[in-house]
Design a protein around this ligand. Structure first.
Ligand SMILES: [Zn+2]
Length: 55
């Protein structure tokens, strides 16, 4: 199952969500597990980059 990284716009934390392609296609509202906000944005960079640095 693909993993997607989201960043919460409220608490600025990044978290990983596992969604099937079908679920992802439905464009679900992802809630932040830290503060329960649904003001989240997907992080596109990093997922496909094998040489991404972790800081
Ligand atoms: Zn949050």
């Amino acid at each position: 199952m693909p993993a997607y990284e989201y960043e919460c716009r409220d608490c600025k934390k990044v978290f990983t969500v596992f969604l099937s392609l079908k679920e992802y296609d439905a464009n679900p509202k992802i809630k932040c597990p830290h503060c329960n906000s649904d003001s989240t944005a997907r992080q596109i960079s990093g997922f496909f980059a094998k040489t991404s640095k972790k800081s």
